[in-house]
Design a protein around this ligand. Structure first.
Ligand SMILES: [Mn+2]
Length: 329
C-alpha cells in the first residue's frame, strides 16, 4: 500500500484527536512538513492539529506562520491533549533529545534524520538519505494524486531549500525532484520575502560578538555564542563553515542549563554526528547527520575541572586527529 494510504487508514482509527508534532523549536523544514502533512490529511478527510514545544526562535520561522497562514499551537495551550490522542511525529523521532514526549500516543513517525532505532510506532517512514522532511511530504502529495495548493507548495519548497542550504548540503536527488515539481506551483515572491526577513536586529549583535571568538586550527573552526537561540547557533556555524579552508565547525553556546553544540562538517571523512557523539560522550546527548549535528551537556553533568572552551577543543581535536591516524583518509 502507498505510504500515505497506510498512514491515513491508521489515523482513521484514532480513538480521539490526531496531532502532528515536529521537533522542539521547529525550523522551516519542520514547520513546512507538519503543515504540508496537515493540509494533505485534511484534503483526504482527516482533521489534525499541529502542536509544538518551546519557542519559535528565528524571524523567518515566525514569518512562515503568517506568510502561509499556518496554525501551530504550543502544546501547553492545548487543553484537550490526552492519552487517548494519537500523534504523528514529523522531522524527529521518539526518544530524541530535541523532542518533548507529550502525553499522547506517538503512533507514527516521518523523518529524515538517522534512524535512532526506536521501532514502537504503528507507522514509520524514516529516510536518512533525504536532505529534508519536506521532500518526503511532497512525495505523499504525489502518491495521493493531489497537487498542493500554492501556500503548501511554497512552504515545502522553502523547507527543502532551508534544510539543504539551497540544495547543496546533504541533498538527495529526491529533494531536487520535489523542489523542481513544487517550483511550478510555488509563489517565489514569498520566498524572497522570507529571505529578506530572516533575522532580528538583536541577532546581528549576537553574531558580531560570536565572530569575535572564532579560532581556526587547520581545517577546524571554533566559535562560542552568547545566546539561548538554538537556530542562531546553527546559523553562526553555517557562516563559519563558509570561511575559506574551514571544513569542520564546532560552535557552542554556554548557558545556565549547560553546553549546547552545533557541528558542521563538509569533510567526508569526519561525520558531524560521530564528532558530536564524541564531544558529549559520557556526559550528554548528541546526534544528527554526517554534515550537521547537535548536542547538549547539562551543567550538572559537566566535568568541572575544565572550561567549556578547553573541553570542547580538546575533545574535538582528539576525535579529528584519531580519525586521521586511523587511516580513514
Ligand atoms: Mn529537517
Amino acid at each position: 500500500m502507498l505510504q500515505i494510504n497506510e498512514l491515513l487508514e491508521l489515523l482513521k482509527q484514532a480513538p480521539d484527536e490526531v496531532f502532528i508534532q515536529p521537533h522542539n523549536v521547529p525550523d522551516p523544514d519542520a514547520i513546512a512538513s507538519s503543515f504540508g502533512l496537515q493540509v494533505l490529511l485534511g484534503e483526504l478527510g482527516l482533521e489534525s492539529v499541529i502542536v509544538y514545544e518551546q519557542d519559535l526562535e528565528k524571524a523567518n520561522s515566525l514569518r512562515m506562520l503568517e506568510s502561509f497562514d499556518i496554525s501551530m499551537r504550543p502544546a501547553g495551550e492545548v487543553e484537550t491533549l490526552g492519552a487517548e490522542d494519537w500523534t504523528v511525529l514529523v522531522d524527529v523521532q521518539k526518544e530524541n533529545a530535541n523532542l518533548t514526549d507529550l502525553v499522547t500516543d506517538e503512533v507514527a513517525c516521518i523523518d529524515h534524520h538517522n534512524d535512532n532505532g526506536f521501532d514502537e510506532y504503528r507507522f514509520k517512514d524514516v529516510r536518512p538519505e533525504y536532505g529534508s522532511c519536506s521532500a518526503i511530504i511532497a512525495e505523499y502529495w504525489n502518491e495521493a494524486g493531489l497537487v498542493p495548493p500554492t501556500n503548501v507548495a511554497t512552504a515545502l519548497l522553502y523547507g527543502i531549500r532551508s534544510d539543504t542550504d539551497g540544495l547543496s548540503r546533504g541533498v538527495h536527488l529526491r529533494d531536487i525532484e520535489s523542489y523542481f515539481q513544487l517550483y511550478g506551483h510555488a509563489d517565489m515572491s514569498k520566498i524572497t520575502e522570507l529571505d529578506n526577513n530572516s533575522i532580528h536586529i538583536s541577532v546581528l549583535k549576537n553574531y558580531s560578538k560570536a565572530f569575535d571568538t572564532v579560532e581556526v586550527y587547520g581545517q577546524t573552526g571554533f566559535l562560542s555564542l552568547e545566546s539561548n537561540d538554538d537556530s542562531l547557533l546553527g546559523s553562526a556555524s553555517d557562516i563559519l563553515l563558509s570561511v575559506e579552508n574551514v571544513d569542520i565547525v564546532i560552535a557552542y553556546a554556554i548557558r545556565d542549563s549547560g553546553l549546547k553544540y552545533s557541528i558542521r562538517s563538509i569533510d567526508r571523512s569526519v561525520s558531524a554526528a560521530d564528532l558530536v557523539r564524541h564531544l558529549v560522550k559520557g556526559y550528554g546527548v548528541g546526534g544528527g547527520h554526517d554534515t550537521m549535528a547537535g548536542g547538549f551537556i547539562s551543567a550538572e553533568k559537566f566535568p568541572d575541572d575544565r572550561s567549556y572552551g578547553t573541553f570542547s577543543r580538546f575533545r574535538a581535536i582528539e576525535f579529528i586527529e584519531k580519525d586521521i591516524t586511523s587511516g580513514r583518509r
